[in-house]
Design a protein around this ligand. Structure first.
Ligand SMILES: *Cc1c(COP(=O)(O)O)cnc(C)c1O
Length: 398
C-alpha cells in the first residue's frame, strides 16, 4: 500500500503535473466532483471578459461576422472532434445533451423506417431515457426495450452511455457498436462521462452526444455536442429544424431546406458567451496527451479503491480497465456520509439511493488528494461523524 510520501513523490514525477496550474483550485478543498462540474480554467475569466467587453460591447451586432459567432457550432465542434476520435466537419456544438439526444434518436428512427423498437438503458442517466420516452410518446407506435435484454435484431436504434454515471462501469464501444450494427440497428453513444477522461473513439458509431461541463471544464450550462457519422450527412433529418440548420438562413425563405454537412444539425442562435468559456477550456485540451490522461485516471482510481479497502462496498468494477474516471461506493446512509465528508473539505457527490461518487480528473487531481480524501472518508466512517443530525437534511442539488 502507498503511503503519503510516496503519493507526493508520484505527484512530483507525474507527466501531467503542470496542468494543475491551469486551474483555479480552492485552498482547503479536495475537489472530486470534476465528473459533474469541472474546475475553472485560469484563462476562462479573461476569455469571457473579452467576449463580453470586446466582442459584444465593442463590435455589437457586427460580432456575428467579425468575431466568428455565426460559425461557433462548427469551429468549436472541430476542436472537440479529436477528443472523441473523429474528424473535422463531423461534430456540431451547442444546445444541451438532452437536445442532442432528441436530434440523434429522431434522425436514427427516420433512417430505419421499418423498425419500431428503441433500445435504451433504464439505468442510464435519467435524461437520456426520459428523452427517449418523450420522443416515443410524440411519434407513437414505438416500443422501448432495455439494453440489458441484449436483443437488437428488430431495433431501429440503440442509445447507451460509454460510462455509467452511477457505477462508472465502462462499455466496450467498438464491441457494442459492431454488435448493434450487425443486427441492422444504428448506434448512438453518450460520452458525457467519458469525454476528457478516456481515449474515446466513437468513429464507427452512427451518432454520439456529450456535454462539456464535466471533465472538459467548460463551465455550468456549457454547450453540448453532437457527432454525426459522415455516411449519414446527406440522408439524416434534423427534426429540430431551426433556422441555423437551413441551407441559407439569411435568405429568410418560407420553406425549410437543410444545409449540407454537419451544419444541418445546428439548431439556432449559438450561446456565444457560453462558447467563450468552452473555447478557453479547449485551449487546455489541445495540449493533453490522452493516453497519459487515461493512465493517470486508472492509477488514481486504483489508489482510491485500495485505500478504502473493505471499509465500504465498491459499486464500481474492481478491474480498473472496466471503469471510467470516477469510483463509486455504496453506503445505506450515503447522503449524510457525503455531507459529513464535504464539511471536512472533501467534495464528492451522492446519487440516490446509496451511491457515493468520487470523480478523478487527472488534469488537476493529485495522488496526495486521493490519499487525503480516503483518510478523511475512513475517519468519517470510523468515528460515525455522519450520524450528526445536521447532515441528514437534503439540499436541492445533491
Ligand atoms: C451529465 C449527463 C447528461 C446531461 O444532460 P443535460 O442535457 O446537459 O442536462 C446527459 N446524459 C448523461 C449520461 C450525463 O452524464
Amino acid at each position: 500500500m502507498l503511503d503519503r510520501d510516496r503519493c507526493i513523490a508520484l505527484d512530483a514525477e507525474d507527466p501531467l503535473r503542470d496542468f494543475r496550474h491551469e486551474f483555479t483550485m480552492t485552498e482547503g478543498v479536495i475537489y472530486l466532483v470534476g465528473n459533474s462540474l469541472g474546475a475553472l480554467p485560469r484563462r476562462t475569466p479573461e476569455r469571457v471578459r473579452q467576449a463580453v467587453e470586446e466582442e459584444w460591447g465593442g463590435r455589437l451586432v457586427g460580432g456575428w461576422n467579425t468575431a466568428g459567432w455565426y460559425d461557433l457550432p462548427l469551429t468549436v465542434g472541430d476542436r472537440i472532434a479529436p477528443l472523441i476520435g473523429v474528424g473535422p466537419g463531423q461534430v456540431v456544438a451547442g444546445n444541451s445533451t438532452s437536445i442532442a439526444i432528441h436530434q440523434a434518436v429522431a434522425a436514427a428512427l427516420k433512417l430505419r423506417p421499418g423498425r419500431r423498437v428503441i433500445v435504451s438503458d433504464v439505468r442510464n442517466f435519467p435524461t437520456d431515457h426520459y428523452m427517449v420516452q418523450g420522443l416515443a410518446g410524440a411519434l407513437g407506435g414505438y416500443e422501448i426495450r432495455d439494453f440489458a435484454e441484449g436483443r437488437f435484431d428488430d431495433a431501429a436504434v440503440v442509445l447507451l452511455s460509454e460510462v455509467d454515471y452511477r457505477t462508472s462501469e465502462r462499455h466496450d464501444v467498438a464491441e457494442v457498436t459492431a454488435r448493434v450494427q450487425a443486427a441492422g440497428a444504428l448506434m448512438i453513444w453518450d460520452v458525457c462521462h467519458s469525454v476528457g477522461a478516456l481515449q474515446v473513439d466513437v468513429s464507427a458509431a452512427d451518432f454520439a452526444v456529450g456535454c462539456t461541463y464535466k471533465y472538459l471544464n467548460a463551465g455550468p450550462g456549457a454547450p453540448a455536442f453532437l457527432y454525426v457519422n459522415p455516411r449519414h450527412h446527406a440522408d439524416a433529418r434534423n427534426d429540430l429544424s431551426g433556422w441555423h440548420s437551413h441551407a441559407e438562413p439569411f435568405a429568410f425563405e418560407a420553406d425549410y431546406r437543410p444545409a449540407e454537412g454537419i451544419r444541418r444539425f445546428a439548431v439556432s442562435t449559438p450561446h456565444v458567451l457560453s462558447f467563450a468559456a468552452l473555447q478557453a477550456a479547449l485551449d487546455v485540451w489541445e495540449r493533453v496527451p490522452l493516453d497519459l490522461l487515461r493512465a493517470k485516471s486508472v492509477a488514481l482510481g486504483s489508489l482510491l479503491v485500495d485505500l478504502v479497502g473493505d471499509a465500504l462496498e465498491l459499486a464500481s468494477p474492481a478491474d480498473a480497465e472496466r471503469r471510467g474516471s470516477h469510483v463509486s461506493f455504496r453506503h445505506p446512509d450515503g447522503y449524510p456520509v457525503m455531507r459529513a465528508l464535504i464539511d471536512r473539505g472533501v467534495h464528492g457527490d451522492f446519487r440516490a439511493p446509496d451511491i457515493l461518487r468520487f470523480g478523478l480528473a487527472p488534469l488537476y487531481t493529485r495522488y496526495v488528494d486521493v490519499y487525503d480524501a480516503a483518510g478523511t472518508l475512513l475517519e468519517v466512517l470510523d468515528k460515525e461523524h455522519w450520524r450528526d443530525e445536521k447532515y441528514t437534511q437534503r439540499l436541492a442539488v445533491t
